[in-house]
Design a protein around this ligand. Structure first.
Ligand code: HSE
Length: 407
């Protein structure tokens, strides 16, 4: 019998208890052992919930219990989650988490501590919810030079952008609807400003590079400035707009960012809608591989967490190798990264926009017309560095919005 402790009885925590209990026999088939949740740690009381019988308020009870082999951290936030996981690993108890903030900041340190104490630290649910992406990168895509990873890493923003695209609604209107349905938090900043996706692409970039990519170094833009006009131009270009997390290796340099981008109808990502997530991985041998599924939600996220518990049990007494050194990786200079851009310029009359000036600033461009929009001129540039693009835009004082193309 393997005894497990769950830290936090929120949405994911209650999902973890449910998955372990509901799929007991399936888990036993994989581990060869019965798995039991011995403790749930939470500051709150849950009167009337059978969980009350195993509820504890003091973490020491868990740490001091030698029967506990695996600690599941699903409290969220960096502290005290980080300290709790560290303490467990130092005692040789394996730990699993869905906590992207903590993994992005302390993942490399916790992997090193686990190795020192012959146990494991796993975090499959920290990126893409229920989608298996961490383990495939660590154990399947191990003979490829991974040059590109990009994808939809946030369900809330994908829901909002899908509705804006399909219904032609404004950002504020859809955000409110998403909040009312419980898809978006009351304080939606972490999702809509791209901070959540930023942690996730930092984790993926760290795993691909084998060393620490600090999320603070990842250029991050959210979706709050995206308008119905942007979607009209996206349609004209046979594309949609998705918030993408992108990692790219170009000429030996590593680049990472989060930004809303135009995604062509030809890309599988175009068809990833609502709260679903998808991640494309490009290797020099395997070519493109796509991972798709539920990026959030109780059962899906808990499924990924419990798959880590299973992995901990299967590897009890040894550490599964993970290449993620604590040494910081310096990303390539963002200003030198090249993209094509859609540029929308306000204009009462098309002749207001001086095409010679556009050509002088941006080079050859392709003009785009969108149905129903008469007071703007829009064009798509050739690939330009961020620095050149920024300088070119500064020469125009009536730019409405700019969006990068992913194709
Ligand atoms: N807020 C996140 C999302 C939850 O919308 O994707 C999963 O990390």
């Amino acid at each position: 019998m393997v005894k497990v402790a769950v830290l936090g009885y929120g949405t994911v925590g209650s999902g973890v208890v449910e998955v372990i209990r509901t799929n007991k026999e399936i888990i036993k088939k994989h581990t060869g052992e019965d798995v039991e949740v011995k403790y749930v740690l939470d500051l709150r009381e849950f009167e009337g919930d059978p969980i009350q019988e195993i509820l504890v308020h003091d973490y020491d009870t868990i740490l001091k219990d030698d029967e506990i082999q695996v600690v599941v951290e699903v409290m969220g936030g960096v502290e005290p989650a980080h300290t709790f996981v560290k303490q467990a690993l130092e005692l040789g108890k394996s730990a699993c988490t869905s906590n992207k903030e903590m993994v992005a900041k302390h993942g490399a340190e916790l992997i090193a501590i686990a190795k020192e104490h012959q146990c494991n630290f796993f975090y499959e649910a920290s990126v893409g919810g229920g989608i298996p992406i961490i383990r495939p990168l660590l154990t399947s895509l191990t003979c490829d030079d991974i040059t590109e990873v990009y994808g939809i890493l946030n369900g809330t923003t994908n829901y909002i952008l899908t509705k804006m695209n399909e219904e032609g609604s404004d950002f504020d209107e859809v955000l409110k609807e998403a909040q009312d349905k419980g898809y978006a938090e009351r304080n939606p900043e972490a999702d809509v400003e791209g901070y959540d996706a930023c942690r996730k692409i930092a984790i993926l970039s760290s795993l691909i590079c084998g060393q620490q990519v600090d999320y603070e170094d990842v250029h991050t833009e959210g979706i709050s400035k995206i308008t119905t006009h942007d979607f009209a131009y996206a349609k004209a270009l046979k594309a949609s707009i998705k918030l993408l997390g992108v990692y790219n290796k170009v000429d030996g340099k590593n680049y990472a960012m989060v930004a809303p981008m135009l995604v062509s109808q030809k890309s599988p990502l175009y068809h990833v809608n609502d709260v679903f997530n998808a991640i494309m991985v490009h290797g020099n041998m395997v070519d493109d591989v796509m991972f798709y599924g539920r990026g959030a939600g109780k059962e899906a996220t808990a499924s990924a967490v419990v798959s880590d518990v299973v992995e901990c049990i299967k590897n009890q007494g040894s550490t599964v190798p993970q290449e993620w050194k604590q040494e910081k990786l310096t990303l390539g200079d963002f200003d030198s990264w090249k993209h094509k851009f859609l540029v929308r310029v306000k204009s009462e009359d098309i002749d207001d926009v001086n095409m010679d000036a556009v050509k002088a600033a941006f080079g050859d461009v392709m003009y785009v017309r969108a149905t129903g929009i008469v007071d703007e001129v829009a064009f798509v540039t050739k690939p330009m560095t961020e620095a050149d693009f920024k300088a070119a835009v500064e020469g125009f004082d009536n730019v409405e919005n700019t969006i990068r193309l992913s194709f």
